[in-house]
Design a binder for this molecule. Structure first.
Ligand code: 8GP
Length: 837
């Protein structure tokens, strides 16, 4: 039953099963078989993508037994299942990861080679499911991996967007968005479950009645009903039998549509309604940390939440449970407030469909949900305009009013006469425009509330959720984020994986704390050399990719200084740019200055409607154009903007970094997870005391971390004492700003960056000017440190050795123990069909 199992020994079995066998001849036969019987191609006319598909089906076949048994065993057992509700899953390509988790990467590589193919090329064929924007969606994906690896019964629910996050092209230095078409050539990893469908009502009105027993009831008469269809993807754990399910919902029109149209003769009207239904799961909203408040978005949220809760109730009843014991079968984690409507929807299902009384329904609901907050940015806190909300979810509005009424009664008793408390805690925001506060709905309906790094969890209690903390301190905790070492080391950095394993064995892959064992090699000169050789080899790979794709030659011996993440003012990519300009000006002034050669690498998408972020991209590419082509620079600095930053590309970038830029304004980045991926791959961090940087620095040691900038507390003090950017606007900072605004980097067009420059000079919400000098001084220390390669190697090794805490396995264990109260349930493989009939 070990998934590492070698091919059955020839004494027992002569011919391996083509769909499960793992010997090289069997794998080859299976690939050829799938090429013909699924893709319908002979090798002579097959494309690389055909081969990718054939291979993907071959691997999926080898996962199905584990998957089916896992699902079956959860249905049989009585243990609690974790249900992760997330509007986003930024999974990244499946093939490579599944090979790693099955433990058959090398063997498949060989089989594929014997067919005259290259495994890496085939892996590169896969279009990644980009069903998320950034950190929040990627965290969900890492957590799914860890849940399976830790053998925790779990199901992830979300939306099967037909178009995920847009592809980014850079034209004339500007971001251009191209529709993502990840489903274009089909998706071999998902299985449509046409029998698993639920109806979801939208709009209309509510009728109230009293039945013959005198019971008061509500009847929601919608003006639209859509159907959700389940698409399941197996999420296999690392070297275990557990394969959990990611269940994504696609919206469709109910079958009755065509029939109605036929009868009524309104063919156009029916088709139009079909389009409206299908639109719900069409496209991912491409905004990171800023809400748009669009009607379609609310429909999306409600759609997936309703399907998911109906599905959970059905599964619970199938296990023989009673509806009032729902929370014994499922504990539901809300990934931010996107699924927070769950609180009202579960109440509706329990009250209206299952006829529980209010008190029982509320008890079940508040034992079911837990809520994770992912941002402190006020513009990202979800609120729904009340009229809009009422027009789509009239019954939920009634329920929310009733939850609020009872809740505020409680508050009034706790804080007699305190009108302000009622005002600030209410689920409804009063004012010119009334709205529903989704974070408040999540807080009142959940038994646990957490932030995603220590600092963030503390700030939550002091700021946006202050009143809630006062009311329910026992609900609050911290769960620092983590990343999966399977994708972010084993898959993306095979060279470093091999080197580490050669020294300390491979236990660290499942137990990342074992990296500690590397510490004792940090002073070993030969090991340091090997370490730096690996880094250089990886940098060369990236350098040739950059040259091939963009025609920019970069020096692999230079310091790779990398900032990859969504483009946002609070993340301060433009602070990084100010450093580049400062270095450039030093070189112009002293052409023979001995500086440490650096390659600045940027990557990241800007929300299409976020103009300043798009201008930041244009600034980076404009500065690149000047710096890269100025002969005085003599290639000592190079600036590269990598287009279309996504999971696939990032797997090549993190391993190649020497320096990780984590330079958000303190108090703004909830956690960050890229910071962890860099450090785990041996990059040193230059960063502020923000998010998980604080904990990373604690772990790796302050001498192995480049710290700069104001603390969150200092930021607050400075702001309340009246911050003035002009106080800092002199010398090299003034020179850089003046160059930008004079058109030095934009062919003398002084207007191009004016909006950006003005936002700094007249507001500077993210205190770039205040942190500039400290940042530059710190960057100079980085350069000096890099001159001593041997010392740098030691710092890099110690970073990796001390990153054990930041495995998503650790995060998930904490959720399991403190919040979900669930334990591993190892899956025993058994024959689901013993008679073979
Ligand atoms: C992100 C945080 O910005 C990041 O610091 C954190 O590491 C990550 O969540 C995972 O916890 N937040 C979001 O991506 C976010 O709030 N997105 C929603 C607004 C879409």
């Amino acid at each position: 039953t070990s998934n590492n199992s070698l091919p059955p020994n020839n004494n027992n079995v002569t011919v391996e099963d083509d769909r499960t066998g793992l010997s090289i001849p069997t794998l080859k036969r299976a690939i050829a078989d799938n090429l013909f019987y699924i893709q319908g191609k002979f090798p002579t006319i097959a494309t690389e993508n055909d081969y990718y598909m054939a291979l993907a089906y071959t691997i999926r076949d080898r996962m199905l037994q584990r998957w089916a048994v896992t699902v079956d065993s959860y249905l049989q057992s009585k243990t609690r299942v974790v249900s992760y509700l997330s509007a986003e899953y930024l999974l990244g390509p499946h093939l490579g990861n599944n090979l790693i988790n099955l433990g058959i990467y090398d063997r498949v590589k060989q089989a594929v080679e014997e067919l005259g193919l290259d495994l890496e090329h085939l892996i590169a064929q896969e279009e990644e499911p980009g069903l998320g924007n950034g950190g929040l969606g990627r965290l969900a994906a890492c957590y799914m991996d860890s849940l399976a690896t830790l053998e925790i019964p779990a199901i992830g629910y979300g939306i099967r967007y037909e178009f995920g996050i847009f592809d980014q092209e850079i034209r004339d230095g500007w971001q251009v968005e191209i529709t993502d078409q990840w489903l274009r050539y089909g998706n071999p990893w998902e299985i449509r479950r046409p029998e698993v469908t639920y109806e979801v009502k939208l709009g209309g009105h509510v009728e109230h009645y009293t039945d013959s027993h005198g019971h008061y009831g509500s009847n929601w008469v919608p003006d639209l009903v859509v159907k959700g269809v389940a698409y399941d993807t197996p999420i296999l754990g690392y070297q275990v039998n557990t394969a959990n399910t990611l269940r994504l919902w696609k919206s469709e029109a109910p079958e009755s549509f065509d029939f109605q149209a036929f009868n009524v003769g309104d063919y156009y009207g029916a088709v139009n309604e079909k389009v409206i239904c299908e639109n719900i799961s069409k496209i991912l909203y491409p905004n990171d940390e800023q809400i748009q408040g669009k009607e379609l978005r609310l429909r999306q949220q409600y759609f997936f939440v309703s399907c998911s809760l109906q599905d959970m109730i059905a599964l619970h009843l199938r296990r023989g449970g009673k509806v009032e014991n729902f929370y014994e079968t499922f504990v539901v984690q809300l990934n931010d407030t996107h699924p927070a409507i769950s609180v009202a929807e579960l109440m509706r299902l329990l009250l209206d469909e299952h006829e529980l009384d209010w008190e029982t329904a509320w008890d079940v609901t508040t034992r079911t949900f837990a809520y994770t907050n992912h941002t402190l940015l006020p513009e990202a806190l979800e609120k729904w305009n009340l009229d809009l909300f009422a027009s789509i979810l009239p019954r939920h509005l009634e329920i929310i009013y009733e939850i609020n009424r009872r809740f505020l009664d409680e508050v009034a008793i706790r804080f007699p006469g305190d009108e302000g408390k009622l005002w600030s805690l209410s689920l409804i925001e009063e004012g010119e425009e009334k709205s529903i506060r989704m974070a408040h709905l999540a807080c009142v309906g959940s038994f646990a509330i957490n932030g995603v790094a220590q600092l963030h969890s503390e700030l939550l209690k002091e700021t946006v959720l202050k009143d809630w903390y006062e009311l329910y301190p026992e609900k609050f905790s911290n769960k620092t984020n983590g990343v999966t070492p399977r994708r972010w080391m084993v898959l993306s950095n095979p060279r470093l994986t091999e080197l580490i394993t050669s020294k300390i064995g491979d236990g660290w892959i499942k137990n990342l704390e074992e990296l500690k064992g590397l510490e004792k090699f940090a002073d070993d000169g030969a090991f340091r050399k090997q370490w730096m050789d690996v880094k250089l080899a990886v940098k060369k790979d990236l350098a040739s990719q950059v040259e091939q794709q963009q025609g920019i030659k970069i020096n692999p011996e230079s310091l790779f200084d990398v900032q990859v993440k969504r483009i946002h003012e609070y993340k301060r990519q433009h602070l990084n740019v100010l450093h580049i300009i400062t270095l450039y000006n030093r070189l112009k002034q002293h052409p023979d200055l001995d500086i440490v050669p650096r390659t600045f690498i940027f990557g990241g998408k800007a929300a299409p409607s976020y103009h300043v972020a798009k201008l930041m991209i244009k600034l980076i590419t404009s500065v690149a154009e000047v710096v890269n082509h100025d002969p005085d620079v003599r290639d000592r600095i190079k600036v590269v903007f990598m287009p279309d930053y996504n999971v696939t590309n990032s797997q090549k970038i993190y391993p190649a970094a020497d320096l990780s830029e984590q330079i958000s304004l303190a108090g703004k980045e909830a956690s960050g997870t890229g910071n962890m991926k860099f450090s785990l791959n041996g990059a040193l961090t230059i960063g502020t005391l923000d998010g998980a940087n604080v904990e990373i620095r604690e772990c790796v040691g302050e001498e192995n971390f480049f710290l700069f900038g104001l603390t969150a507390q200092e930021v607050e003090q400075l702001k309340s004492s009246g911050y003035n950017p002009w106080d800092y606007y002199h010398d090299s900072l003034k020179q850089a700003i003046d160059q930008i605004s004079s058109g030095f980097f934009s062919h003398r067009d002084g207007s191009l960056f004016q909006r950006l420059v003005n936002s700094l000079l007249y507001d500077d919400r993210y205190l770039l000017f205040a942190d500039y000098h400290s940042y530059i001084e710190c960057q100079d220390r980085v350069a000096e440190a890099y001159r001593d390669k041997d010392k740098w190697a030691k710092m890099s090794i110690l970073n990796v050795a001390r990153m054990g805490k930041f495995s998503s396995d650790r995060s998930i264990k904490e959720y399991c123990e403190d919040i979900w109260k669930v334990k591993p349930v190892p899956v025993e493989l058994y024959d689901l069909c013993p008679d073979g009939e």
